[in-house]
Design a binder for this molecule. Structure first.
Ligand SMILES: CC(=O)N[C@@H](C)C(=O)N[C@@H](C)C(=O)O
Length: 726
């Protein structure tokens, strides 16, 4: 018999929930910041402009709008003297990429516009108050579409400001069938090339780089000579690598870039930092391409120091977990020596440092004297701190440990002026600037807020640490802990109990930090408590924690989540009959496992693009290596992988399920085939378990288009309200 008590009041009306969601959507997120050149006023004062770009969901227009706002920052090179906005927000439309030249005099913009129903790309060069040039890249047809993604994309001015570097899809040959030859005779270039090569290639399959990189197959490095309006597609790069994240070498002698190998085939790159890749240099005079980093690891985010002498980059192992603890490496341009500045950390060090887990460094990350590197990442796997690394000693110091709790994000640093954003589960992102203190004085860091946000008084949050009981300890990696973030509505009627929504993250090698999340904030404001669990295998606890999960998927992670829930329930604030579980991707896998392994416990389940059949992950473009490694770790590779033990954990425990399940699937998901969700839906239907499937066309794995995300949120909330009988 459940004990009688009052359940806390939860907002139930769809219109009111939608209004709450709409209100919370009004908090924008920062996506970029640039620091302009120093200007000296006629009275001797120094100032610079800080340019920022933000995104915000526009529910009426059903799009994520992007806008910019600039700020003026007067300073004395050590501290901010005065700052404030210069003008209002301006929406940015049609700009795919933009970048100011180093002097700040020029600006390059890649613009997309639809003319007579056809998408065209234009490259514009602006000088002061006028547009100098506009090149129609589509008509010029030197290459395919320009890449604007974070993985490969870049647009970089040469140091001399005479050339512009970018990445685009390689031009594909025109093709014709064996039976309609001659149609291409007017195509000059086609005549010049070997005709045989193109005949019969109409239906050639081009592998792409997978989830969120669809149609990105063979990137090429392109250089625009601004004066002559000439575009050169660089040659000399090995045909079996895809270049990206490129920049100009010292003195503009060549280009440095990351190259991802195509073998065994193009493994999806999104969420997978472990794909074999190296740092390369291509010399512009000789066309010779040289490999600068190891042959057997994965690298990303190379950044050149202001004195143009050294390049830092992050490196991790290949074939292992899809996200791991990184090594911070440094390549000396002149001695050609590579050193490891910060190594992989197996377990938390005595000072609490657990390693580097950034997926990307900010566009600039060096201190002005080229001695220190700045980065933001989770130091304890809850708080995302701002850290400064001394490249000569490898010493890591926090810049934010003295500040309020939350997650800090370094947007940029230039001439030691940092632009950062800070948020927490009850406070949307703000915008701050501050000068990097001298070495040894990091604790004296002082911030000036350019855009303030108020903490939401009705949400409280705390972090919780868990140690698994001896029977759940990992024998190979003993003594590992994990943690969770618990959000609660602040106002609770005395004697009443809260409904609880459990949310394990996806990945599985990912982490939930104490930052602002729209959905959890709205759920909490509605009256729900939310538990975000970083089970063993999450990032931020050291490499051993990550390695403890492969081979134990479906058991260790499931038990950790359940332990966290059981421990939280002991607090006594929660109604044990009103618990729901929500998860996406691997988090969806865990949600489906939890309702299968604890059939009476969860009263509602929502799974977004869940992995429900590991057997069918084999052969999917992006996941093969990743999942084979994770799930088949304990089993011999491929030939005998279908052991009874494995099958138990591969297809989630369907027959035991009683919990009503809401499934949300993205039609274009390249990471977890939507076929799996449909199979799971049919299995639950056959078992007469209440199940509903929402199908989102035009959405990939992230289900992040504004209409899909908002519809997904509303249906999640209403499904939980219905099945928790609230
Ligand atoms: C590596 C990867 O994409 N794994 C998926 C199964 C997954 O869980 N993705 C996470 C990152 C997500 O939240 O989408």
């Amino acid at each position: 018999m459940p004990c009688p008590h009052v359940v806390c009041k939860v907002l139930r009306e769809a219109a009111e929930i939608a209004q709450l969601y709409r209100d919370q959507c009004r908090f924008p997120a920062l996506c970029r910041a640039d620091v302009g050149p120093v200007i000296t006023s006629r009275y001797g004062g120094q100032y610079c402009n800080v340019y920022t770009e933000w995104t915000q969901r526009d529910l009426e227009r059903n799009e994520n709008v992007k806008f910019c706002r600039q700020y003026i920052v007067f300073h004395d090179d050590k501290s901010v003297v005065y700052s404030g906005p210069s003008g209002n927000c301006t929406e940015i439309k049609g700009e795919l990429l933009s970048v100011d030249s180093p002097s700040g005099d020029m600006k390059a913009v890649l613009r997309e516009s639809t003319i007579k129903g056809e998408d065209k790309q234009f490259l514009e060069i602006w000088h002061k108050n006028r547009k100098l040039k506009c090149l129609n890249l589509t008509t010029l047809s030197k290459h395919g579409k320009v890449y604007e993604d974070d993985q490969f994309g870049c647009m970089v001015w040469s140091h001399s400001e005479t050339h512009l570097l970018y990445v685009a899809e390689k031009k594909r040959p025109k093709t014709e069938s064996y039976f309609q030859t001659g149609l291409l005779a007017d195509e000059e270039e086609t005549i010049k090339t070997d005709k045989k090569e193109e005949t019969g290639q109409q239906f050639e399959y081009y592998e792409d780089w997978g989830e969120a990189l669809v149609n990105k197959s063979s990137p090429v490095l392109c250089v625009l000579d601004i004066e002559g309006s000439n575009i050169t597609v660089l040659e000399g790069i090995p045909a079996n690598i895809s270049p990206g994240q490129a920049f100009w070498a010292p003195n503009d002698t060549g280009l440095v870039f990351v190259g991802w190998w195509h073998e065994p085939f193009r493994l999806g790159l999104k969420y997978c930092a472990n794909r074999r890749s190296s740092l390369f240099y291509v010399d512009l005079a000789s066309g010779k391409c040289e490999q600068l980093s190891s042959n057997s690891s994965a690298v990303c985010s190379p950044r050149l120091s202001p004195d143009l002498c050294r390049i830092v980059y992050m490196e991790c192992g290949v074939f292992g977990p899809h996200q791991q603890c990184n090594r911070l490496c440094m390549y000396d341009w002149y001695t050609k020596q590579t050193s490891v500045v910060v190594d992989v950390v197996q377990r938390a060090r005595e000072d609490g440092f657990t390693g580097i887990y950034s997926s990307m460094l900010s566009p600039r990350c060096w201190s002005a004297d080229s001695q220190r590197v700045l980065m933001s990442f989770s130091v304890t796997p809850i708080l995302q701190d701002l850290l400064v690394v001394d490249t000569s000693t490898g010493e890591v110091t926090s810049l934010t440990s003295q500040s309020e709790e939350g997650s800090w994000n370094l947007l940029n640093i230039h001439r030691d002026l940092m632009v950062v954003s800070c948020s927490s589960p009850n406070c949307p992102p703000d915008l701050r600037v501050g000068f990097l203190p001298e070495k040894g004085s990091e604790s004296k860091m002082s911030w000036v807020t350019l855009e303030e946000t108020q903490p939401q008084a009705d949400i409280s949050w705390q972090t919780l640490n868990f140690s698994p009981p001896p029977e759940e300890d990992n024998s190979q990696y003993p003594g590992l802990d994990f943690n969770a973030i618990l959000l609660k509505p602040k106002e609770m009627t005395a004697g009443s109990k809260l409904p609880l929504i459990v949310m394990p993250h996806g990945g599985p090698h990912s982490v939930l930090v104490s930052e602002w999340f729209l959905s959890t904030a709205v759920l909490c404001k509605m009256g729900f408590s939310v538990l975000l669990v970083n089970y063993r295998g999450s990032l931020g606890f050291g490499q051993d924690n990550i390695l403890s999960l492969p081979g134990n998927i479906g058991t260790q992670d499931v038990k950790d989540v359940q332990l966290a829930v059981d421990s939280v329930l002991k607090q006594g604030d929660f109604d044990k009959q009103k618990i729901a579980v929500v998860g996406g991707s691997h988090g969806g896998f865990l949600a489906c496992h939890l309702i299968g392994q604890y059939p009476e416990f969860y009263k509602a389940c929502v799974a977004r693009n869940p992995v429900t059949n590991l057997a069918s992950m084999i052969g999917t473009d992006a996941v093969l290596m990743h999942y084979l490694f994770i799930y088949l770790f304990m089993y011999s590779f491929i030939f005998n992988f279908l052991t009874a033990q494995l099958v138990t954990h591969m297809v989630v425990f369907v027959p035991q399920v009683k919990t009503p399940v809401l499934l949300m699937l993205g039609e274009d998901d390249k990471r977890v085939p939507s076929k799996q969700g449909i199979e799971y839906y049919r299995a639950l239907k056959a078992l007469q378990v209440p199940v509903r499937l929402l199908w989102y066309p035009g959405n990939n794995h992230s289900l992040s288009k504004v209409d899909a995300e908002s519809d997904g949120f509303m249906n999640t909330a209403l499904w939980i309200i219905q099945h928790l009988s609230l």
